[in-house]
Ligand binder design. Structure first.
Ligand code: KIV
Length: 264
C-alpha cells in the first residue's frame, strides 16, 4: 500500500470511495492491519480498557499514548497513523500543543480529541502549526461520567441539530477529519453530507465515509458483552490476516455495517 495521507482520504470522499480504520497498539498488529489494506490505524486510548484492563479510558497518560504510537509506527506499512490525545491532555491550548507534539514526534500523522465546538480554538492552534486534527463527536468516552454511561447520543432533535452545528464549526476551525461514535444512522448521514472533510463512524451506520472498530472487538477476543455495532470477523476458519482483509473489503464495498449494527 502506498503511503496514505489526509489528502488521499479527502480525495476518496470526493470520489465516493469508502476507507477503513482499525485500532492497533503494537508493531505486530500495526504491520498486519496495514498489510491488510486498512487505510487508517488508530492508536486509541481504548488501550486503557483493552490492554490495561481499566473500566474507562480516563487513566491513560500521554506517555503511554506516545509509547504505543512509537510501537505502531515501527510496524506500519503505509497506513495513516492517528493517535488519541488522552483525558485532560488538551484542557488548555498550551497543553494540547505540547501533548500533540509528543504524539507527532512518536510517529502519529494526526491527533484525535473528543469534544464539540468549544474545541475550535484548540483545533485552529494545532492546525495552524501543522498538526492535523480529527474531532470525535457523539459518544465521547472520556466524558463517560458526565454522559452517565456509554449511551447513544443525538437522538433528540435539539441534540442532533447541535451536533450538526458542532461538526460544521469544527471543520471551519480546521479539523481535517471527524469521527462519530454511537449516533443515529440518519444523523451520521446528515453530518457526513454537511462537511467536506472525511467522516469516520463507529455505531453510526453505513453512510459515513469510513468505519472504525476496536481491533480486539472485531477479532472476537474482547471479554464480555459485544456492543451492537461490532462484527466478529474471526469466523469461517479465517486466520487473523484473512479477518482483517475481510473487514477492509466489507467496509470498502459498504457491506459492513449492516442495518443491525446501527442505531435509530
Ligand atoms: O479509543 C478508541 O479506540 C476510539 C474508537 C472507539 C473510535 O476512540
Amino acid at each position: 500500500m502506498k503511503n496514505i495521507t489526509l489528502h488521499t482520504l479527502a480525495q476518496m470522499k470526493q470520489e465516493g470511495k469508502k476507507f477503513s480504520c482499525l485500532t492497533a497498539y503494537d508493531a505486530c498488529f500495526s504491520q498486519l492491519v496495514s498489510e491488510a489494506g486498512v487505510e487508517v490505524i488508530l492508536v486509541g486510548d481504548s488501550l486503557g480498557m483493552v490492554l490495561q484492563g481499566n473500566d474507562s479510558t480516563l487513566p491513560v497518560s500521554v506517555e503511554e499514548m506516545a509509547y504505543h504510537t512509537a510501537c505502531v509506527k515501527r510496524g506500519n506499512q503505509g497506513a495513516l497513523i492517528m493517535a488519541d490525545l488522552p483525558f485532560m491532555s488538551y484542557a488548555t491550548v498550551e497543553q494540547a500543543m505540547d501533548n500533540s507534539a509528543a504524539l507527532m514526534q512518536a510517529g502519529a500523522h494526526l491527533v484525535k480529541l473528543e469534544g464539540a465546538a468549544w474545541l475550535s480554538d484548540t483545533i485552529s492552534a494545532l492546525s495552524d502549526r501543522g498538526i492535523p486534527v480529527c474531532a470525535h463527536l457523539g459518544l465521547t468516552p472520556q466524558s463517560v461520567n458526565k454522559l452517565g454511561g456509554y449511551k447513544v447520543q443525538g437522538r433528540e432533535n435539539d441534540a442532533a441539530q447541535a451536533m450538526i452545528d458542532d461538526a460544521i464549526a469544527l471543520e471551519q476551525a480546521g479539523a481535517g477529519m471527524l469521527l462519530l461514535e454511537c449516533v443515529p444512522s440518519v444523523l451520521a448521514k446528515a453530518i457526513t453530507d454537511a462537511v467536506t472533510v472525511p467522516v469516520i463512524g463507529i455505531g453510526a451506520g453505513v453512510d459515513t465515509d469510513a468505519q472504525v472498530l476496536v481491533l480486539h472487538d472485531m477479532l472476537g477476543i474482547t471479554p464480555g458483552r459485544r456492543p451492537k455495532f461490532v462484527k466478529n470477523y474471526m469466523t469461517d476458519g479465517r486466520t487473523i490476516p484473512e479477518a482483517l482483509a475481510a473487514y477492509a473489503s466489507e467496509v470498502s464495498d459498504a457491506s459492513f455495517p449492516g442495518p443491525e449494527h446501527g442505531f435509530e
